[in-house]
Design a protein around this ligand. Structure first.
Ligand SMILES: NC(=O)c1ccc[n+]([C@@H]2O[C@H](COP(=O)([O-])OP(=O)(O)OC[C@H]3O[C@@H](n4cnc5c(N)ncnc54)[C@H](O)[C@@H]3O)[C@@H](O)[C@H]2O)c1
Length: 353
């Protein structure tokens, strides 16, 4: 048996990275950085050092620490991924930027749109890549939806209907809107043409189990050009439903994320209106129902988080803006804040700032 000498070292061009936060989500980042041929994972940091050690495994040469400052002082580490609770994102992200590190921050980017903007502006000033982990935006399904809309296959988007419900973990530091809605808001931000995001919001939430926070919520989002989106989020559903219907003037698209054999379907069915003149030369509206094929495109099985860390590393090396950059994180928070304002006013329609 031949033995290799010395620990493995990064290949040319690989971006040196570290992960902070080794709780529920951090290990997914660790695994994807390890599997990515453009990144080299140097260290994992958690206040609970044992947790970080468990994530890297006892035979690993990846360093573990409980001190974030250790990562900041390490010149081999060019970028840090922050997977700690949302309340810590602002100070950790600013310290990382101050130390000249590119950042990948878990959603939500911060606790407020103003804080998120502070992060985005600081990174921009320092010329660093700042990304927010809106993982869904990198799924093959969302890639396909984005392509279908961009190619004009759906026509003008008229409405979006999303249901994101399951028996979820009732979380201590967040409500169902802040937990689940960022997924739908970032997906909308990613697939709708630039400048056609929500302009006003009406939201209602209830807490039927006495958790002290909304566990079931309904959010209506007005889009420009008389379009609308609606999102139903819940932690209390006994079944898991991840369904999105996108109605376009030419086609409909249905995304059922719990059906791996047919996640996306496009339908040529729909209704058109034509104006005709009757025998008295009066103008009449005529409704014409279109029938047509349903098409279910084959999608790849690529892991979204792998595509996301690749985009992060590519933007660091080659320049460019990641698909889910920190400004998307800001826009998502602006809508979440409008949701909070509307909820506090019993669902009144409030503008998105
Ligand atoms: N992208 C997604 O789909 C997705 C999914 C789940 C969670 N998240 C996000 O990931 C983030 C973390 O969530 P989680 O569920 O993994 O939380 P968690 O509580 O399970 O883990 C957080 C970890 O961070 C550590 N930590 C806290 N402060 C620290 C500090 N200052 N320095 C070092 N370590 C510190 C804690 O010890 C803990 O191990 C949240 O922002 C959450 O919204 C994203």
């Amino acid at each position: 048996m031949s033995m290799t000498s010395g620990p493995p070292t990064p290949q040319d061009g690989e971006v040196g990275v570290a992960v902070i936060g080794a709780g529920y989500w951090g290990p997914n980042l660790v695994r994807n950085f390890l599997n990515c041929d453009r990144t080299w994972l140097w260290a994992v940091c958690d206040l609970d050092e044992q947790r970080a050690r468990t994530v890297v495994g006892k035979r690993s040469s990846i360093e573990v620490t409980s001190r974030f400052e250790d990562l900041l002082a390490d010149d081999r580490i060019e970028a840090v991924a922050i997977a700690t609770p949302a309340a810590t994102h602002l100070p950790l992200a600013l310290a990382a930027i101050e130390a000249g590190k590119h950042i990948l921050v878990e959603k939500p980017l911060a606790l407020s749109a103003a804080d998120a903007r502070t992060i985005a502006e600081a990174a921009e000033r320092a010329g660093l890549v700042a990304m927010c982990d809106h993982t869904f935006c990198y799924t093959p399904a969302v890639n396909r939806i984005r392509d279908e809309i961009a190619a004009g296959h759906l026509g003008r988007i008229q409405y979006v209907d999303s249901v994101r419900i399951n028996l979820g973990l009732v979380q201590r530091d967040t409500d169902v809107f802040w937990d689940l809605l960022p997924h739908d808001l970032s997906i909308l931000d990613s697939v709708l043409p630039a400048g056609t995001g929500p302009v006003a919001v009406s939201a209602l939430g209830v807490d039927p189990i006495g958790a002290g926070k909304p566990c079931v919520g309904y959010v209506s989002l007005l889009l420009p050009d008389d379009a609308i989106a609606h999102v139903h989020v819940s932690w209390l559903s006994p079944v898991k439903i991840r369904n999105v219907v996108i109605g376009g003037s030419l086609r409909h698209l249905v995304w059922n994320d719990t059906d791996p054999t047919q996640r996306i379907s496009t339908y040529e069915r729909g209704v058109d209106i034509a104006e005709i003149e009757d025998e008295d030369e009066q103008r009449q509206l005529m409704f014409q129902y279109r029938t047509g094929d349903m098409h279910a495109p084959a999608l790849t099985d690529a892991e979204a988080l792998q595509s996301l860390v690749r985009d992060f590393a590519t933007c660091i090396r080659e320049g460019g803006t990641p698909r889910t950059d920190s400004w998307q994180g800001v826009r998502v928070l602006e809508v979440l804040e409008a949701v909070d304002r509307s909820r506090a006013a019993d669902g009144v329609l409030v503008p998105v700032r």
